[in-house]
Ligand binder design. Sequence first.
Ligand code: UDP
Length: 323
Amino acid sequence: MSVLVTGGAGFIGSHLCRALLAKGEDVLVIDDLSTGSYDNLADLDDGRRLRLIVDSVNHEALVDTCVQQVSKVYHLASAVGVRLIIEQPVRTIQSIVGGTESVLKACARYRRPFLLTSTSEVYGKGSKVPFSENDDTVMGATSTRRWSYACAKALDEFLALAYWTEARLPVVIVRLFNTVGPRQTGQYGMVVPAFVSQALRGDPITVYGDGQQSRCFAHVYDVVEALCQLMDCPAARGQVINIGNNEEISIEGLALRVKEITGSDSPIVKIPYQQAYGEGFDDMRRRVPDLSKIAALIGYRPQRNLDQIIRDVVESKRQGARD
Ligand code: UDP
């Protein structure tokens, strides 16, 4: 039996497919290619061990047929990136909530283990550092569109946990913190690929706000290895688990690291949030994961640091990865 990866043509999904194939699994992908790209899977698509179905996870009958054929389900299909969420709020909410409902329903029917990739956005504006899985979530006003993403993903988490509580469906929920690596596009606003592309072109590096907000960036290779291990970890069932890296850097500091690693002459310019995102935006000042739970479950420790992450993104852009 193969495994199903929804959103398998996306940035993280395609790296997960590669890792699963390397572990000897056959992989079935459902992806509507809305933000994913066939290019991400092209080298894996030899017509034997990877099968791609181009459709939406909101298509219940299709999802049912696919889930019946596989032994476990990694559900990554989701709207991606803050910019898209602000620009297309209806599609975002419907694809997140409806898609997860459809996949979970089929997993419950055939009792297939289910892993949901949720997000650190769920912590919202919480100011506690670091974020631990049982911390309160702090959402902004519903008039601020950014929070629709966090609320929709939180609802996905509730639904998955409800299947675990009511029917002991094996579910694992992971909250991904900022995840970066080769082939990630800056098109949806993600800061590292955006800065690297700007630096390589010699364009200004655009730091939003005062640049003192900070993030922690994890290498996608560390993240997908953790996804595979958590899926097969009995103690992870019914749990919410952070995945990320806890090396923190300010966004201005990141711009300087990118400039240094690329050897670029690009100026660093500061752009007000309003100009960058328009209305409907609220930023988080800090976002650091507490990694003690995942360390206890699978012995996770990030293997790659920020400089390696930036170097891998630079290398991938130099080899022609899309901006
Ligand atoms: N950011 C920036 N310049 C860019 C893109 C993003 O300064 O060209 C900032 C953004 O405002 C945020 C941080 O970088 O403070 C991380 O943004 P991203 O969208 O990558 O992730 P998230 O906001 O979800 O952490």
